[in-house]
Write a protein that binds this ligand. Structure first.
Ligand SMILES: [Fe+2]
Length: 204
């Protein structure tokens, strides 16, 4: 069975960004719901869990066509949420690292990156995510994905993923999506993202 990720912050630790109730429902009920449904459909297929969650995407053709939608949708829900939660920190550091350097090189400044990310996030229609992604040549782009689609479907690897489903922010921010996004920028775990960035860059 695929296991839940472990967070290095508690459900009440992101108080300035997200209230405990929102985070608890989001992580313990919604994210784990996707994980349970994914495990169920895979177990029903007698799958032996030989691949990592990300590798499973590349091996979807090993499953019956009738189950692929359920696998991809729930795997999307799992990976999108893992990237979102692991990309947050209650006390983020803005210390220079390779990722921040690349971000500044592409967008001119962190503030400019935030501006472009905000513009893109505000045009998400319905439920979805805004993602800073890396392409196969290491270039950065900001893209929106719908529902639980994964940037991976389009050949991109996401480095920053922001959940823009209403369940992610409504209890605290109501309809003020812009405030949620602005506050998100203060809780981005640049160190954790840099670790992923360096690992993925080695494989380019
Ligand atoms: Fe979510």
């Amino acid at each position: 069975m695929y296991k839940s990720i472990q967070l290095d912050y508690g459900m009440g630790d992101l108080g300035g960004f997200l209230d405990e109730k929102t985070l608890d429902i989001h992580f313990n009920s919604l994210y784990k719901g996707y994980l349970n449904r994914l495990n169920k459909v895979l177990t029903d297929n007698h799958y032996d869990f030989r691949y990592t969650k990300e590798e499973l995407l590349e091996h979807i053709n090993e499953f019956p066509i009738k189950d692929r939608d359920a696998i991809l949708y729930n795997l999307g829900g799992v990976l999108n949420h893992e990237r979102y939660f692991l990309g947050l920190s209650p006390s983020p550091s803005l210390k220079e690292n390779a990722f921040i350097e690349k971000l500044k090189e592409k967008y001119g400044s962190i503030d400019n990156f935030k501006k472009e990310f905000m513009e893109k996030a505000l045009i998400v229609i319905g439920s979805g995510y805004t993602n800073l992604v890396m392409d196969r040549n290491g270039g950065f782009n900001i893209i929106n994905t719908s529902n639980q689609e994964l940037p991976d479907f389009y050949g991109f690897y996401p480095l920053i993923s922001l959940d823009l489903w209403e369940h992610a922010y409504f209890l605290k921010y109501y309809q003020n999506k812009q405030d949620y996004i602005n506050n998100f920028f203060n809780y981005i775990n640049y160190e954790a993202i840099n670790t992923v960035y360096e690992e993925k860059t080695k494989k380019l």
